[in-house]
Design a protein around this ligand. Structure first.
Ligand SMILES: *[C@@H]1O[C@H](CO)[C@@H](O)[C@H](O)[C@H]1NC(C)=O
Ligand SMILES: *[C@@H]1O[C@H](CO)[C@@H](O)[C@H](O)[C@H]1NC(C)=O
Ligand SMILES: *[C@@H]1O[C@H](CO)[C@@H](O)[C@H](O)[C@H]1NC(C)=O
Ligand SMILES: *[C@@H]1O[C@H](CO)[C@@H](O)[C@H](O)[C@H]1NC(C)=O
Length: 407
């Protein structure tokens, strides 16, 4: 305690007297030195904000904000923003970060909580550690409904967001129980997420693992995701997305979309997904678009994928609708140049491959090779495919066969 008080005092003295001092050149900014209590109930937000500011102004070449192992740090919604002085900054989290359990206790700026923890306007950010980022979202799931439904109030916040940033590396951490999506990358470029663990209960609503939106050059690898919604979802404006070595399940699979809601023009391209194990997911490799949109989902590869009892291992659904009243339209997001190869495993529903493409804007250049998906219950049923309005080719073994594709 004495030590942390002294540091705060020295820090203030430096700020007041404009002298060049230790505070501005240190390599490590430990949140304990800025007054964090780490007892799981005292609000540590200010300590983190102060440590961030000091680190961000540091003249060290590559300073680190450090959250030690052993403590539980209660944080309210907080934004760490740049730009910072150094070209590279580090956030090392070995302790546990938690959010208030009760949604009404969240101190949101202007009553808006877009996310719990946000990093904004940074270039050269490394976030790592053996710690856990636990938003304790149980009460959010219970007390707030899907914002798209009528009569629903506040939108549930994302857990952890990277916004307007470049060259961001997130590794080794565990993310848990977000009110809504766990991690989002928005308007960012060159983002690397590796060796992460993301978990939430199977029936928690809208708890996607990782979501990308208006972002380019995103790499997600060696990550284990088990949540209540998509393991990874790729939204509007995403391109050059590379996803590899993922275990997904339970969850809704890896999804492109949904795109084209409310007649919007939305685009996704250059997505490469490889080496994925889907375990008990509702979908596997999925592309979903609403009726009535515009734009495209194109140049997409799904390869080397294994599914263990997924409900729909391979699906393109151009009639996506998450509420009751959707009507068909003549415009649609164009799905083209999608390749599926080396996909093996079992399907819980008989329809292992489903291509429900738009009548007015059919899917084109769909390629399949080396596919073998069997029914999870081979004694009573046989895997089948469904296809409409699809043009493309198949070669090698494709089982179940897809009649819309030519050889
Ligand atoms: C992955 O993260 C875990 C947990 O933080 C860590 O123990 C392990 O060393 C990391 N693996 C690699 C290859 O870095
Ligand atoms: C995607 O990343 C994997 C793993 O790092 C790499 O082997 C592969 O070449 C990349 N693919 C593309 C299309 O960038
Ligand atoms: C949709 O957006 C894309 C990318 O921004 C643009 O190239 C295209 O012209 C737009 N299409 C329509 C129909 O507005
Ligand atoms: C929209 O079109 C699809 C495919 O033709 C059809 O299965 C579905 O019933 C239609 N939906 C409505 C609401 O008309």
């Amino acid at each position: 305690m004495a030590n942390s008080l002294r540091t705060v005092f020295v820090f203030n003295l430096c700020a007041l007297s404009f002298v060049q001092c230790d505070q501005f050149s240190r390599n490590t900014y430990n949140v304990f030195d800025f007054g964090a209590a780490a007892d799981g109930s005292t609000d540590d937000t200010l300590a983190f904000e102060d440590a961030w500011k000091a680190m961000c102004w540091s003249r060290a070449a590559s300073p680190t904000l450090y959250v030690p192992y052993g403590g539980t740090f209660l944080l309210h919604p907080v934004i760490f923003s740049g730009p910072c002085h150094s070209k590279t900054i580090n956030v090392k989290i070995d302790g546990e970060l938690i959010a208030p359990r009760d949604p009404s206790k969240w101190k949101c700026k202007g009553n808006k909580c877009h996310q719990w923890i946000g990093f904004v306007n940074l270039n050269g950010l490394y976030i790592s550690g053996s710690g856990t980022i636990n938003a304790q979202g149980t009460q959010w799931w219970a007390s707030f409904c899907n914002h798209k439904k009528q009569g629903c109030g506040r939108k549930k916040p994302t857990g952890f967001a990277i916004l307007y940033s470049k060259d961001v590396h997130i590794s080794d951490l565990t993310f848990m129980d977000s009110p809504q999506m766990h991690i989002t990358f928005e308007r960012s470029k060159w983002v690397y997420a590796t060796n992460l663990t993301i978990t939430a209960p199977q029936h928690s609503p809208n708890t996607d693992g990782i979501h990308t939106q208006h972002s380019q050059y995103v790499f997600i690898a060696e990550t284990h995701i088990a949540t209540g919604d998509d393991c990874i979802s790729i939204g509007d404006g995403s391109s050059y997305i590379n996803i590899s070595t993922i275990t997904c399940g339970p969850g809704h699979g890896i999804s492109i979309g949904s795109l084209g809601e409310k007649m919007k023009n939305e685009t996704v391209e250059h997505v490469y997904v490889s080496d994925v194990d889907f375990r008990g997911t509702s979908n596997g490799a999925r592309i979903k678009t609403w009726q009535g949109g515009r734009g495209f989902a194109r140049n997409i590869v799904f390869e080397r994928i294994r599914c263990f009892g997924s409900t729909h291992p391979i699906i393109i659904d151009q009639y996506y609708c998450d509420h009751q009243h959707c009507t068909n339209h003549t415009s649609a997001v164009q799905v083209s140049n999608v390749r599926y190869s080396q996909i093996y495993g079992t399907s819980r529903e008989d329809t292992a491959v489903k291509f429900a493409c738009s009548e007015s804007v059919p899917c084109r250049d769909i390629f399949m090779n080396d596919i073998n998906i069997q029914s999870a219950d081979q004694h009573t049923s046989k895997a089948m495919s469904f296809c409409q309005n699809v043009q493309g080719r198949q070669n090698g073994e494709v089982s179940p066969g897809v009649p819309c594709l030519t050889n």
